[in-house]
Design a protein around this ligand. Structure first.
Ligand code: SAH
Length: 675
């Protein structure tokens, strides 16, 4: 069956109706899911297996039958572990239908159909009794319902319900307990993801400072978790202000309460500085003794143990509502508040201790709108003074005192910069705090519907864009600027300057240190055949005829370059969007030994003939080919379906040939590679 889905095309801006297969959504979900990553997480799998074996043994030692409830079985992995460990029967509950179907197949293929019953329901719908889904309550509760924030996927209400209705009192639980840890730090880099720093503008009549409105200064931001690969954050980018402390823990073998609550710890600061950020991660003990422990602790916490790479569990960055100066040796109180699904933090000085923590402190809600308009990487980008300098330098080149500027970008500071740098009139922007209402006019119109009266019958002499649009996911979605430019052509002066004047799409072949795992087949996992899952992911990835590139922030995912970066397409914003396709074919020589996992693509914007901003590769830092990436942008990654390993080929250099096409009607960029 086909269904029609409406969407705004991120590149062309056009509203379009796409005929989608009814299974499109779930194919997307499977293709982009974290199941492969979980199956590749050796540390997690080994420890679950150990914990499950130990729990089954404890139950057997008591002379009881081992009845397992596995909530969120996914591939059925944890139930198969339990069955192999000697469990008498397993109830494997999975709410997502395609996964429940896959679990049935995988369980059958591995010969456990008589021991494992897959139940395609949400656990809170499961019934117990002679005619129920489960014959009786279980005495071993196995789950893996955790996200980076531990509770974000609803583990607490699920456990609360399971203890009330699905498991016996005194049951064994794997994991047995989870513990959340915190550490207080100062970090200009991370703080720049949450607050707008003052922007310094060197104007002809002296230095101007763009300040953020006071609502923004005092705004607590948004409640969504900021989860990152903290192991990629160099220690020079933050200052540790406290030791690591335990914030709270949850015993999963006892009844769990999901209702909102708070936890409070006293910290002694080990260094003076500005308390801005709470870094947090958790670990799980698979057994009551805590001997089988799986931890998300970052590199500086346990420097001796090998780190397991994983993308399904990372670490959390929490922004305190305001930065607080703290002094070495001072006692401060940190409170963690949580509701059923999320956690947030507050810091109090020792002398404010009387105002005991109040459970009902509300989760952060953005009051200034900026946190709704700009996500965290965008805040970081706007705070990047080097980047701002590139725009200022290029604006100074193109602006004249009588310039009439039109800026097309979402939530951009360019209009303010342009005004300070001398433009007579700037259209389309914001910012009351800088008292510019009469200088900068916000036009609430789409580029296509812009009329001369919007522009007060003036012609645009400078058309500006960063370009940045909140709807962009892939780098080339910002080509919307080109479409908008085309739509306003009749309002442009004949000698208009367009900034950026052009963009290039650049590409490089890379070997990933770890990211390849998320799209790589697993085969067997701890001895269980999970190829059904591999096939299912492959099928979903191939569901669209042309495979798509996917966005990833590569500063979090180390890789090395195997080819030189190459320019593959250019887009000339001085002209309108062409009628015909733009295409390129060529080959990229592999210069280094390594596995060609895929191609990375990014945009470079040429603001003027000699000033560019790069949203991708910033540097190849050594002979090994280690790459450094723009920390504010996501790059496009196209994973090759087969990997060539040039280590095994004697006749280097080999090459990857490519064909890339930009279709101006759809705004899509399609690509094909041959290894
Ligand atoms: N147990 C598997 C998969 C874990 S992923 C493994 O360890 O490899 C978590 C799975 O739980 C997802 O497939 C999700 O759909 C499912 N899930 C989450 N909450 C659930 C609930 N309350 N009831 C049933 N399934 C749930």
């Amino acid at each position: 069956m086909k269904t029609f889905c409406g969407r705004a095309n991120p590149t062309t801006g056009a509203m379009e109706w796409l005929e989608e297969d009814e299974n499109y959504d779930y194919h997307q979900e499977i293709a982009r899911s974290r199941y492969a990553d979980m199956l590749h997480d050796k540390d997690r799998n080994v420890k679950y297996y150990q914990g499950i074996r130990a729990a089954v043994s404890r139950v057997k030692e008591r002379g009881e039958k081992a009845i397992v409830l596995d909530i969120g079985t996914g591939t059925g992995l944890l139930s198969m572990m339990a069955a192999s460990a000697g469990a008498d029967f397993c109830y494997a509950v999975e709410v997502f239908k395609p996964m429940a179907n896959a679990a049935v197949k995988i369980v059958e293929k591995n010969g456990f159909s008589d021991k494992i019953k897959v139940i395609n329901k949400h656990s809170t719908e499961v019934t117990v009794g002679p005619d129920g889904d489960m014959q009786c309550r279980a005495n071993i509760l196995v789950t893996e319902l955790f996200d980076t924030e531990l509770i974000g996927e609803g583990a607490l209400p699920t456990y609360e319900h399971a203890h009330k209705h699905l498991v016996q009192e005194g049951c064994e639980a794997v994991p047995h307990r989870a513990t959340v840890y915190v550490q207080l730090v100062e970090s200009k880099r991370m703080w720049s993801w949450n607050k707008l720093f003052p922007v310094h503008v060197e104007a002809e009549d002296g230095e101007k400072i763009i300040v953020s409105p006071s609502e923004m200064e005092n705004c607590p931001g948004v409640p969504s978790v900021c989860d990152i690969q903290l192991n990629q954050m160099p220690s020079s980018d933050f200052t540790i202000l406290s030791d690591v402390v335990t914030m709270f823990s949850v015993d999963f073998s006892k009844p769990v309460r999901s209702a909102s609550t708070c936890y409070r710890v006293q910290l002694e600061t080990i260094k003076s500085g500005k308390a801005q950020i709470v870094l947090s991660w958790w670990d799980i003990d698979m057994d009551p003794s805590g001997k089988i422990n799986c931890t998300m602790a970052p590199y500086w916490v346990k420097p001796t143990s090998a780190l397991q790479w994983r993308d399904h569990w990372m670490q959390c960055v929490y922004f305190l509502p305001n930065e607080e100066p703290v002094f070495q040796g001072e006692n401060v109180y940190l409170t963690a508040y949580r509701d059923e699904y999320s956690v947030w933090y507050k810091l109090q000085r020792a002398r404010e201790e009387e105002n005991k923590a109040d459970v009902h402190v509300e989760s952060p809600v953005c009051r200034c709108q900026a946190h709704l308009l700009w996500n965290r990487p965008r805040f970081g980008e706007l705070n990047d003074q080097n980047r701002t300098c590139q725009y200022m330098k290029s604006l100074m080149k193109v602006l004249k005192t009588d310039s009439v500027c039109l800026c097309i970008s979402d939530g951009s500071l360019l209009p303010v910069l342009a005004h300070y740098l001398g433009a007579k009139q700037v259209l389309l922007a914001f910012l009351k705090a800088n008292n510019l209402e009469d200088k900068i006019k916000i036009l609430e119109a789409h580029p296509e519907s812009l009329t001369s009266s919007h522009l007060e019958d003036k012609k645009i002499s400078v058309l500006l864009g960063e370009p940045f649009f909140t709807t962009s996911l892939l780098p080339w979605h910002n080509l919307y600027f080109w479409y908008a430019r085309t739509a306003v052509t009749m309002h442009l002066a004949s000698d208009v300057t367009v900034l950026p004047q052009s963009a290039s799409l650049r590409m490089m072949i890379v070997e990933f240190q770890d990211l390849w795992r998320i799209r790589s087949p697993c085969g067997t996992c701890e001895g269980f055949d999970v190829r059904t899952m591999d096939d299912m992911i492959k099928n979903s990835l191939n569901f669209r005829e042309s495979k798509e590139a996917e966005p990833h922030p590569l500063w979090e995912y180390p890789c090395k370059s195997l080819s030189d970066p190459q320019e593959v397409l250019t887009f000339d914003f001085r002209r309108t969007v062409p009628q015909h396709d733009l295409s390129a074919e060529g080959s990229m020589n592999l210069l280094r030994k390594g596995k060609s996992h895929g191609a990375v693509l990014w945009m470079e914007y040429h603001l003027t003939a000699d000033i560019s901003v790069n949203t991708g590769l910033t540097q190849i830092s050594n002979d090994k080919g280690n790459c450094e990436w723009n920390p504010h942008c996501k790059q496009a990654v196209y994973f090759f379906s087969s990997v060539i390993d040039s280590e095994t080929q004697t006749d280097l250099p080999s090459a990857v040939t490519y064909a890339i096409n930009f279709n101006p009607k759809t705004g899509e960029i399609t690509m094909d590679f041959k290894l």
